[in-house]
Design a protein around this ligand. Structure first.
Ligand SMILES: Cc1cc2nc3c(=O)[nH]c(=O)nc-3n(C[C@H](O)[C@H](O)[C@H](O)COP(=O)(O)OP(=O)(O)OC[C@H]3O[C@@H](n4cnc5c(N)ncnc54)[C@H](O)[C@@H]3O)c2cc1C
Length: 450
């Protein structure tokens, strides 16, 4: 009896983080940096997190808890389109990069030092009774006052508004050579709801090392829209880590995925025609800095490079709400808790802000559901853009070009961070092609989708 009570006590926690990816670890770290640091915490995840499985980028005006592991940071960003090459001074924001492996090592080290426990198991079930949450994993039961559920992994994801369930599933797996796919909600029925839009952000990124210096390390490229669109919104973004090393990522926002060779061919073409041309320009053979001049490669100037890392995945872009409550004492966080911005796929900083809000709520009210939601108009903006990109992906290039050409980048960041005032939002919306947005808005109002 005493042994049983002892065992039960060792399995009892204040907080259990179900899923130890970005959201689980970020929340644990925010808790560990708060007056709640002494609470007993357990992170359960089947993955050892020993691989560099992703690269996080985000803009932020202030430091975050991850300053020691910022891999690179920039104050200037490029926006490039056919006839346009903008150099955007983004201060007071910085565009920052964190490598996945640095994040996992850093958080493991910091959290272990604070007494947070890790369990490498798959959680099978979460249940609640009498004010206690029970988490079952590896044939054992762990109890807590609160559980934070961020379980998310490779489950099929359907594509398209009102599309057939599972239509994106096989291609989601095919999108990545490493087999990574994603899912709308690991436990929800995988059936599209005709009221919502379902796009996917799918990408192939290569960290390449070139023989010659090719990259200007003083700026990253947020969008290079010189890639052929063919009815789908696509762009490349480039993070120069050194003059000879950069991550180039071919990114697409669409309902359905492409066959794997299309990502590879498009990225290889981009590197030859854009990076290669910039390289030959830097050597004086192509001359000039404009995007137009850079798009022509000199005969024989083919760039020689080696792929040193590859990243390929799918991020859900949907306006379907993700319920925050998994129970009275179970809160969903991260992707599962709807923290991915529907129209951009960015989530990392949103996860940090959510973590901070959860900690504040626990301190002030004793429960984590902070109830902070952005004004509803931001959902409408997201839905309009998703609908436009779904109906006519070719328009994406025009919309993003107008946005970046006609607005201060800080206004765009505040908009995407869901922080701008109504008048500022309207000023921004006035700069994009108005008819597709009016039509999308009318369709939303009338309840009809694509
Ligand atoms: C390749 C890639 C690049 C990205 N780049 C950016 C970026 O640059 N900027 C940005 O803002 N966002 C980016 N995102 C989007 C988002 O920030 C990330 O997906 C982020 O990791 C989401 O955090 P999360 O905790 O919700 O999911 P994850 O970090 O994926 O963590 C979910 C965890 O749940 C675990 N899990 C699954 N099932 C179980 C189970 N049954 N029991 C226990 N644990 C389980 C998984 O093992 C995983 O560790 C990127 C996403 C990907 C996939």
């Amino acid at each position: 009896m005493r042994l049983r009570r002892y065992i039960e006590a060792t399995m009892r926690y204040d907080y259990i983080l179900v899923g130890g990816g970005a959201a689980g670890r970020s929340l644990a770290l925010h808790l560990a940096h708060s007056p709640l640091a002494a609470r007993r915490m357990l992170i359960i995840d089947p993955q050892p997190k020993t691989e560099n499985d992703r690269t996080w980028c985000f803009w932020a005006p202030d430091p975050t808890l991850y300053e020691p592991i910022i891999h690179r940071r920039w104050n200037t960003l490029n926006f490039i389109s056919d006839d346009l090459a903008l150099e955007l001074d983004i201060s007071p924001y910085e565009y920052r990069v964190i490598r996945g492996i640095d994040f996992y090592r850093f958080t493991t080290e910091q959290l272990t030092r604070c007494g947070v426990e890790f369990l490498q198991e798959r959680v099978d079930a979460i249940s609640e009774a009498e004010g206690t949450v029970t988490v079952s994993a590896g044939g054992r039961e762990y109890h807590a006052d609160w559980a934070f559920d961020s379980r998310w992994d490779a489950v099929p994801y359907h594509g398209g508004v009102g599309g057939s369930a599972g239509s994106g599933a096989t291609s989601a797996r095919a999108a990545s050579d490493s087999g990574a796919a994603t899912g709308r909600d690991a436990l929800a029925a995988n059936v599209p709801d005709p009221r919502y839009h379902y796009l996917q952000q799918h990408f192939l990124g290569w960290v390449i090392r070139t023989e010659q210096p090719c990259f200007d390390t003083s700026r990253a490229t947020l969008f290079d829209l010189r890639t052929p669109q063919n009815g789908i919104f696509r762009f490349v973004y480039t993070l120069p880590f050194s003059e000879t090393e950069a991550m180039c990522e071919y990114t697409i926002f669409s309902a359905d995925l492409l066959p794997p060779h299309e990502y590879r061919n498009a990225l290889a073409d981009y590197i030859q025609t854009c990076v290669g041309a910039a390289h030959s320009a830097a050597n004086g053979s192509a001359g000039g800095r404009s995007a137009r001049k850079r798009s022509a490669v000199d005969e024989g100037a083919a760039i020689r490079y080696r792929i040193v890392e590859e990243e390929a995945c799918v991020i859900p872009m949907t306006d379907e709400p993700f319920p925050r409550r998994g129970g009275n004492r179970v809160m969903r966080i991260g992707t599962r808790g709807g923290r991915v911005k529907a129209s951009s796929g960015y989530a990392f900083l949103r996860i940090q802000r959510d973590s901070a809000a959860i900690v504040r709520s626990l301190l002030e009210t004793g429960q984590p559901f902070h109830g902070l939601v952005p004004p509803r108009r931001y959902n409408t903006f997201d839905s309009m853009l998703l609908q436009i990109l779904h109906r006519n992906g070719d328009l994406g290039k025009r919309v993003f070009t107008d946005l970046f050409q006609k607005n201060p980048v800080q206004r765009i960041f505040r908009f995407l961070d869901e922080e701008g005032s109504l008048s500022e939002n309207l000023a921004l919306m006035a700069t994009v092609p108005w008819w597709p947005f009016i039509r999308a808005w009318l369709k939303l109002r009338l309840g009809g989708r694509v």
